[in-house]
Design a protein around this ligand. Structure first.
Ligand SMILES: Cc1ncc(COP(=O)(O)O)c(C=O)c1O
Length: 430
């Protein structure tokens, strides 16, 4: 006996049924059949408690206004900041290291903007790390979502820096072996994803962080597909920045966050100004508020931040370790089950750690037709390039069908997909 508490095990079927009951939206029907929702990679369903948390603010006067003298505004400010504390702790950050944004896309753009306007920064040595120009390099990868790609393409275009990519092998696995060669003394920033939104594979973040640290480059992690599904601790990961979105983790749409090391956030110029964010004497001597308020000009989203904090408490109550184990189980079931169907090709390395996300194609049937066929049988999956064209190009295809699970999915959901795909080619006469 070690005296340690017993490790929590994966969710049981009974627990998942109980969780499902919290997600009443899953009782919606398509063509008289309960929806099997396998599109959580795009956005998650929300439990009732999250809708209720938001609704409270829409029904009460303190919804819109914070930072004021009267009681309602003071209450709203407290709730807004409490939500920040809850979400910051959830990812292992300090409270003032979490900036509210609309979503992950905005969070990533915020860093890109800062780097192309670094002369506005106030922060001595740290501000210098944001300066980028001709001859400098930005490194990203071929598996990125456009949100973690286009802002860097733009940054390179605006500043004259060069964008380089870590390629993937034939099966979509990242070529870690090329990192040492691709990260050079010229590299100023390394942006990479924690979990691929297409393949569901979990990145070995240590390899990226170590390579970047060696040359003093900033690290930016796209946590959009990891924060909802795995225990994530930014201090353990040792990254400088991380972006994620509330709507993928049971929270409302319209709220996301940027984690940044305190000293770095305080060296970054804001994206938006106004609304008491800056005291303008003249631009030379303008003073920005400290982070995170520096980046939150204008009236803020109390309902959404409170909704996200409620979602986080819900996830914590269930336990991120257990959710991760359940999804690993569903992911393995999906990958193996789909691989065995005649005429179905599954993408992604077979031996990589993954969450419950698997892309596939049905030979001879267009992914769009596969999506519609499944929809007519009450199964919701996503079709397209999933905002990841470079990866699809590297795999030699233009589109895939993607099934992605979350904590509310059951083994029966996976079986339903596998059964339905068993007849799809016959249906289309292939
Ligand atoms: C890996 C990844 N990064 C970034 C994003 C962008 O998220 P949002 O659209 O919420 O800003 C997504 C959304 O699909 C994603 O999957």
């Amino acid at each position: 006996m070690t005296g340690q508490p017993e490790a929590q095990v994966s969710l049981s079927a009974v627990e998942v049924q109980r969780i499902k009951a919290d997600f009443e939206i899953l009782e919606h029907q398509v063509n008289g059949t309960d929806v099997v929702y396998l599109d959580s990679g795009a956005t998650s369903q929300k439990p009732r408690c999250v809708y209720e948390a938001e609704q409270h603010f829409y029904e009460n006067a303190n919804a819109a206004v914070h930072r004021g003298a009267h009681t309602l505004a003071v209450e709203a400010t407290e709730i807004y900041e409490e939500a920040r504390e809850t979400v910051a702790k959830f990812i292992g950050a300090r409270t003032n290291e979490l900036v509210w944004t609309s979503n992950a896309t905005e969070a990533l753009n915020l860093i890109s903007y800062s780097m192309s306007n670094a002369s506005l920064g106030r922060g001595g040595e740290e501000a210098a790390r944001f300066r980028i120009g001709p001859g400098d390099e930005i490194l990203t990868t071929e598996i990125e979502h456009h949100a973690n790609l286009i802002p860097w393409q733009e940054l390179a275009f605006r500043t004259g820096a060069t964008l380089r990519y870590v390629p993937v092998a034939e099966d979509g696995a990242l070529r870690y072996d090329l990192l040492d060669e691709l990260v050079t003394e010229k590299t100023k920033l390394v942006a990479f994803t924690h979990v691929s939104n297409v393949l569901g594979t979990i990145t070995d973040t240590r390899r990226f962080v170590d390579a970047a640290r060696k040359v003093g480059a900033l690290t930016v992690l796209d946590g959009c597909q990891s924060v909802p599904h795995l225990p994530v601790d930014v201090k353990e990961l040792d990254v400088d920045f991380m972006a994620f979105s509330g709507h993928k983790m049971l929270g409302p749409t319209g709220i996301g966050a940027l984690y940044g090391r305190e000293e770095l956030l305080n060296a970054m110029p804001p994206f938006l100004t106004g609304g008491s964010m800056i005291t303008v004497v003249d631009m030379e001597h303008a003073q920005f508020l400290p982070a995170p308020q520096r980046f939150e000009a204008g009236t803020q989203r109390i309902a959404q931040t409170h909704g996200l904090a409620t979602a986080v408490s819900y996830l914590q109550e269930i336990g991120m370790d257990r959710i991760a184990q359940w999804e690993e189980h569903l992911g393995a079931m999906l990958y193996e089950g789909l691989s065995k169907i005649d005429g179905v090709r599954v993408f992604g390395p077979s031996d990589a750690p993954r969450i419950g996300t698997v892309p596939f194609e049905v030979l001879g049937v267009h992914p769009h037709d596969v999506g519609q066929y499944l929809d007519s049988r009450g199964i919701a999956v996503r079709v397209g390039h999933h905002c990841a064209q470079p990866l699809h190009r590297a795999l030699g295809i233009t589109a895939t069908t993607r099934a992605s699970t979350y904590l509310y999915n059951t083994e029966e959901d996976i079986k339903a997909l596998i059964d339905a795909l068993g007849t799809v080619r016959e249906y289309f006469g292939v």
